[in-house]
Design a protein around this ligand. Structure first.
Ligand code: G6P
Length: 608
């Protein structure tokens, strides 16, 4: 949520900063701005809307400056206007800051600073940081930042430059991700590796309450009390082609099509040679603890929460361990019961979602063992968990999660198989699960090959105002996910429901104008869902069914069928989700929506 990039080095800063911030546009895109030190002044440009607007303003300017910061905003405090866009500048015009996160005591700080004579120009919480640092400045920028941050409550990822202490870029982190990139006689700061991948793969992940001072040749890290901290340099494994569209019209479409590969990568090296036994490197040291767990709580948000529901069904069915799935935002504020034998699984594509991070802090306080399932290596949740499994799905840029979701299900399946092995509960069922998982990438490809049929159905319904998604058993979370995908990118109102619940309310909505998507594969609740289809048909509703290959019966009952290959129940969601992703994608494109940057959303939600 919001993106930050900073640069100091020998090269011109502006093109590097604009290029970098464009790669972070998926984090927020309602306004943007840049500050560069040039000709002994801090020069600033801001614009409202996509970063292409800022790019136009910057074009032909900033030909000299080699030090600067840039920001793309997702508004929290104050509308998306030029005044509220970052960077924010202090009263003297000599300090410029960009900020991610929320300053919780900004009202108090603002009143105090106004009494001291500071003049505020925006409605944002972030601007207080510029004035606070100004009020603490005595010649050394990092000292002023340290003193100022001691007064601040809330979360920040912060980059600061100053005209009175030039030749340095100061970065600070608490609760909002920030990394430092190391180049040849240059340093970068960014809220996400995607911003700097083109320039360097050597990075340092800052931890909470750390401050980094970057000069062209040096990187110094300390804590907030100026105690030096030695940081490890990591190498980013992602390649540049993974963050480019590579000929696809949208990142979302590219990521949908990458799923055979991302699912294959999720399994890579995790099955013992020619067997169905699973080994997970990130859990190796915790096998004893995991052998003894008696209850699991899954915490997540959004699409990751849907994956959690599928994990619940899978783990309970295959391992008999009780599982609960909670919205991380709810879990963190109640008083959940956690015993010593409880494992909390945090699922998060980005590994930075503020509510999920806070939920694991809550779980840790209560003594749970914490396992993370994340995509982004080096992310906060992955680093704070006791153990974890990475998705290895490659960067997901489209705001609507697609390949991360199917990889989360695959990884939950690997976790189930891993637990079955170490707890010695392997069975014919787990053997079947493993064999069927290995077939999944090829089966996904066969669904992708039916893209034209799915696009044709999308065409028929793209003008709908409402669509209902229904499923039972393992397909209930798929119905939720299908509805979420459609509403977030097409702005069509969509609801997902357990099919049997329809008669307790949603059935009142059904008439000839209400398309209903049934996820009706041939599983243990198939006969039940047929009755639900009949109930919709009896009221004139139009039905699109996702069904198992070879099911002729259903074709007679519904308006359209999209067939998917047969697999074991627990893995059906990976397959049944794919047509729903494509349906949502095509409908959104047909409605002229920007599917990669849906209004009001952000990829990584680092505020509460
Ligand atoms: C945002 C994204 C969703 C995502 C959710 C949770 O709302 O737009 O796509 O599912 O956050 O994100 P996480 O990174 O924790 O999976």
């Amino acid at each position: 949520m919001c993106g930050i990039v900073g640069y100091i080095g020998d090269n011109k800063a502006a093109p590097i900063l604009i290029n970098g911030i464009k790669r972070l546009e998926y984090r927020g895109y309602d306004s943007s701005g840049i500050s560069i030190i040039e000709n002994d002044t801090i020069q600033c440009e801001k614009s409202v809307g996509f970063i292409s607007e800022l790019e136009k303003k910057v074009n032909g300017k900033f030909n000299e400056g080699t030090l600067g910061i840039v920001h793309t905003r997702w508004a929290t405090h104050g509308a998306p206007t030029i005044e509220n866009a970052h960077p924010h500048i202090d009263c003297t015009g000599k300090i410029s800051i960009v900020h991610n996160g929320i300053i919780e005591n900004y009202n108090y700080l603002k009143t105090k600073l106004e009494k001291e004579g500071h003049i505020f120009k925006s409605e944002t919480d972030s601007e207080v940081l510029a004035h606070l640092i100004e009020s603490c400045f005595e010649g050394v920028l990092e000292d002023a930042v340290r003193t100022a941050l001691k007064e601040v409550e809330g979360a920040y990822g912060l980059a600061i430059i100053s005209l009175d202490d030039p030749g340095k870029l100061v970065a600070a982190r608490r609760g909002s991700p920030l990394i430092v990139g190391i180049g040849e006689r240059e340093h970068y700061v960014a809220s996400d590796v995607a911003a700097i991948l083109e320039y360097t793969k050597e990075v340092v992940y800052l931890d909470d309450n750390e401050i980094a001072v970057l000069t062209r040749d040096n990187l110094k890290t300390t804590d907030i009390n100026n105690v030096p901290i030695t940081k490890r340099i990591d190498e980013v494994q992602w390649n540049l082609d993974k963050i480019e569209k590579g000929g696809y019209e949208h990142f979302m479409l590219k990521e949908i099509y990458e799923q055979p590969q991302s699912l294959h990568d999720a399994m890579l090296g995790r099955f013992e040679k020619e067997s169905n036994l699973v080994h997970l490197g990130g859990l190796k040291d915790k096998e004893d603890d995991l052998r003894n767990i008696r209850r699991i709580i899954i915490v997540a948000c959004g699409t990751s929460w849907h994956a959690g529901l599928i994990g619940e069904y899978m783990i309970e069915e295959h391992l008999g361990i009780p599982v609960e799935v909670e919205y991380a935002s709810e879990f963190r504020y109640r008083n959940p019961v956690i015993e010593a034998s409880t494992m909390v699984i945090a699922i998060s594509q980005s590994g930075e979602t503020a509510d999920t991070l806070a939920a694991i802090h809550e779980a840790r306080k209560k003594g749970a063992i914490i396992l993370s399932i994340c995509n982004v290596v080096g992310s906060s949740i992955a680093r704070e968990a006791d153990c974890g499994i990475f998705l290895h799905a490659g960067p997901e840029i489209g705001v609507a999660s697609t390949k991360a979701f199917t990889s989360q299900i695959a990884v939950l399946c690997l976790l189930t198989l891993f637990l079955a092995r170490i707890r010695k509960t392997n069975s014919v069922l787990s053997d079947d699960l493993a064999c069927k998982l290995k077939e999944i990438p090829k089966q996904v490809q066969t669904i992708l090959d039916r893209k034209d049929q799915i696009a044709e159905i999308a065409q028929l319904y793209s003008k709908s105002d409402n669509i209902l998604y229904l499923g039972r058993g393992y397909n209930y979370p798929v119905a939720l996910e299908g509805a979420l995908k459609l509403k977030e990118i097409s702005y069509i109102h969509a609801e997902g429901y357990p099919a049997a619940e329809m008669k307790h309310g949603p059935i009142a909505l059904i008439d000839k104008n209400m398309p209903v998507v049934f996820v009706a594969t041939t599983d243990n609740v198939y006969a039940k869902i047929l009755s639900n289809i009949e109930e919709v048909r009896a009221r004139g509703g139009r039905v699109i069914a996702i069904a198992s290959e070879g099911n002729c019966e259903i074709s007679e009952m519904v308006d359209h069928v999209i067939f998917i290959p047969e697999t074991i129940d627990a893995l059906v969601p990976i397959l049944s989700t794919i047509p729903l992703q494509l349906l949502a994608y095509h409908m959104a494109v047909m409605r002229g929506c920007d599917v990669d940057k849906p209004r009001n959303l952000a990829k990584s939600v680092t505020v509460e």
